[in-house]
Design a protein around this ligand. Structure first.
Ligand code: ZN
Length: 274
C-alpha cells in the first residue's frame, strides 16, 4: 500500500490568484515567485504521499476562502477561525453569525486556528481570551473539534479550555516541553508537530516530541511557514510533511510506514474525514 500522510495544518488556499485579502500568509505566497498554483501544490503533495490536507483559516475572509477552496478539491478540508493575532479586529456579533453560517458548509471539519499568543501579543490578552471563548462556543454548537494555537500562554489557556467541557481538538505547532505535553494528554487533545522539530536545537522540545503517544500525534506543515530541514530558505509546501514525518519517525524509532498509517488515522478520527 502506498504511503498516505496528512497535512493537518496548511494555508495553501491563500496562494490562489483571486484572493486579494491582506494577510502575512498571502504576502509570503506572493513573494515566492517559484511557487506554483494551489493546485500544483496539491498535486506535488500527492506525489510525495501527502494525500490529505486541512486548509486553515485565520480571519473571517480567509476562512470563507478556505471553505470555498476545498469544495471542488479532493482530499482537502477546511477549518474556520480567527487567529489570536487578529483578535482585536474581529470581536463582534456579526462575524460570529457569519462563522456560524460557514460552520454548516460541507467539508468544514474544525474551528481554528484560534487560541492565545503571548509571544507576539499583536492583540491585547483580554481580546484574545474573549475571542477564544466565542470560538469554543461555536465549536460546541456545531460539534466540531478545534485547532489551537497556543504560544507562551498555556497558563491562561487551560482555565478557558477547562471551562468548556466537551471540546476536542489539537494543539497545533506544538513546541513546548513535557510539562505542557502532560497537560495536553490529560485532556485527551492531539498534538500537531511540524518542521520546527527538524531545526530546533532545544533538547527539551525534542524530548517532548519523542514522548507524544503515537495515537495522539498528527503532522502538519503550517505552509508557507516553518519550512523543515533540508529545505530551509525556500517556502514551505504541504509536500514537506514527508520529510518532517521521516524525521519524527527516526527520532522516535518508528518506521515511516507505521508512522504514516497512525498519524493519518488520528487525523481522520480527529476531523471525521474519509
Ligand atoms: Zn497556521
Amino acid at each position: 500500500m502506498a504511503l498516505e500522510l496528512t497535512d493537518t495544518h496548511c494555508h495553501i488556499h491563500e496562494a490562489v490568484s483571486h484572493f486579494t485579502g491582506k494577510t502575512e500568509t498571502r504576502e509570503r505566497w506572493q513573494k515566492d515567485k517559484k511557487v506554483g498554483s494551489s493546485d500544483e501544490l496539491i498535486a506535488d503533495a500527492k506525489k510525495d504521499g501527502v494525500t490529505r490536507l486541512v486548509c486553515v483559516g485565520t480571519t473571517l475572509e480567509d476562512s470563507k476562502l478556505a471553505v470555498e477552496f476545498v469544495q471542488s478539491r479532493d482530499g482537502c478540508w477546511a477549518s474556520i477561525g480567527i487567529h489570536p493575532h487578529e483578535a482585536s479586529v474581529h470581536l463582534d456579533k456579526a462575524s460570529h453569525a457569519a462563522f456560524s453560517a460557514l460552520a454548516d458548509k460541507p467539508k468544514v471539519v474544525a474551528v481554528g486556528e484560534c487560541g492565545l499568543d503571548y509571544f507576539y501579543t499583536h492583540s491585547p490578552k483580554e481580546d484574545q481570551v474573549k475571542l477564544l471563548e466565542l470560538q469554543m462556543e461555536l465549536a460546541l454548537q456545531h460539534d466540531l473539534p478545534m485547532i489551537f494555537h497556543v504560544r507562551e500562554a498555556f497558563e491562561d489557556f487551560w482555565p478557558v479550555f477547562d471551562a468548556h467541557p466537551g471540546i476536542t481538538g489539537v494543539i497545533h505547532s506544538f513546541s513546548a516541553t513535557s510539562k505542557e505535553l502532560d497537560q495536553i494528554l490529560k485532556r485527551g487533545l492531539y498534538v500537531g508537530l511540524n518542521g520546527i522539530m527538524t531545526f530546533t536545537k532545544d533538547a527539551s522540545q525534542l524530548a517532548a516530541a519523542k514522548a507524544v503517544p503515537l495515537d495522539h500525534l498528527v503532522v502538519e506543515t503550517d505552509a508557507p511557514f516553518l519550512t523543515p530541514v533540508p529545505f530551509r530558505g525556500t517556502i514551505c509546501e504541504p509536500k514537506h510533511v514527508r520529510v518532517t514525518a521521516q524525521f519524527l519517525a527516526n527520532l522516535r524509532g518508528e518506521d515511516l510506514d507505521s508512522f504514516a498509517i497512525a498519524t493519518t488515522r488520528n487525523a481522520q478520527q480527529l476531523f471525521g474525514i474519509a
